[in-house]
Design a protein around this ligand. Structure first.
Ligand code: KG4
Ligand code: ZN
Length: 336
């Protein structure tokens, strides 16, 4: 019988808890924070306060739904980083408190590794090695995954993350935060070739997304001079074109990684993996390049403790436990 672990995720703006038993995620409770919407982005101070308010209820619900008593847990896992320092501290401190009270070992989890390991929660599971494009509000990386806890960055963004680019583009168009899912929704009715935006060319497998917001900003400024209602009248086409542009940038580098490494198993993870345009483009690329594609279920794409629990399971098996003095890391390389 494998371990029973309670996992806590609080790196950004979702407070989440999950229980995993013998490698099977029993539940994945997520409390999202609506408080950030009116600010057009996550406000770190408000995020930590909301985690503080939500965490007891979220953890209790996870334990209750799984029918597991606290005393029956084999370990307590938490996200150590990367993420917002104040947010990470809430989950980490709560996990430490539980670990001390229950006399159970602690397991630290790297949030980016957890996104990758979300692929092992449900079938079909990729085999090693595979490529993983992790695209979220905070990160954009192409990884070579050699084993459960062994992954290497082949390329990454040098500035904004892909999710951030979606959110900033949406904000420029007056859409509420987070704008990524809204761009996806409106894009379905739009023409992806209606408008073109300039692209920053990056060497190798690295990305740059910071130029897109300036490009969209100037484009809209000029169009609005001629027609003040330009955005409202062309919202679907604008969303479709922006999505097409961002997805194109991601696919270009992913294709390059496939050709460079010869690896034909490709996974996507992170919040932006929920994007329907990205999913379709990936399926097309897979057909052209004869690759097998892995996309996690939607609930495991955005931040969730289920993926943290999965990572903790592999760490428990390999005997990797954390010290009670452990501190959170706002920046945390994927290799650690
Ligand atoms: O992984 P995640 O929940 O949090 C981070 O670790 O950052 O990712 C959140 C990001 C946000 O930028 C959000 O706009 C984006 O994922 N996102 C999407 C979609 N769903 C979430 N972007 C584009 N299309 C979507 N359907
Ligand atoms: Zn994330």
């Amino acid at each position: 019988m494998g371990p029973v672990i309670l996992a806590i995720e609080s790196s950004c703006d979702e407070t989440s808890a999950a229980v995993i038993s013998n490698g099977k995620v029993l539940n994945n409770i997520i409390a999202s924070q609506a408080v950030h919407q009116k600010y057009g982005g996550v406000v770190p101070e408000l995020a930590s306060r909301a985690h503080q308010q939500n965490i007891v209820a979220v953890v209790n619900e996870s334990l209750t739904v799984s029918g597991i008593r606290k005393e029956a847990l084999d370990a307590i896992a938490f996200t150590r980083g990367p993420g917002l320092m104040g947010s990470l501290l809430v989950g980490l401190s709560f996990a430490k408190g539980l670990s001390l009270a229950l006399k159970k070992p602690l397991i630290e989890v790297n949030h980016m590794q957890a996104h990758v390991l979300s692929h092992f929660i449900e079938e079909p599971r990729p085999s090693f090695p595979f490529l993983c494009l992790t695209v979220s509000g905070g990160h954009t990386q192409i990884l070579r995954v050699s084993d459960y806890l062994q992954m290497e960055v082949l390329g990454e963004t040098q500035d904004d993350a892909a999710g951030e680019a979606f959110d900033k583009a949406a904000k420029i168009m007056g859409l509420p935060y987070p704008g990524g899912p809204l761009i996806d929704k409106y894009a379905r009715q739009g023409n992806p070739k209606a408008f073109a935006f300039s692209k920053t060319v990056m060497p190798g497998l690295d990305f740059s997304f910071s130029g897109i917001k300036t490009s969209i900003l100037y484009f809209l400024r000029d169009r609005k001079k001629e027609n003040p209602d330009f955005i409202e009248q062309h919202l679907n086409d604008l969303c479709a074109s922006i999505q097409h542009h961002l997805v194109g940038m991601l696919m270009e580098k992913l294709e390059m990684a496939i050709l460079q490494t010869g690896i034909r198993q490709v996974a996507i993870a992170g919040g932006v993996a929920a994007n329907s345009g990205l999913r379709e483009a990936l399926q097309r690329l897979a057909e052209e390049r004869h690759c097998k594609v892995y996309i996690p279920a939607f609930e495991y794409c955005t931040d969730n403790a289920g993926m943290v629990a999965m990572a903790a399971h592999f760490k428990y098996i390999s005997g990797e436990f954390a010290d009670l003095n452990i501190a959170p890391l706002a920046r945390m390389p994927i290799e650690s």
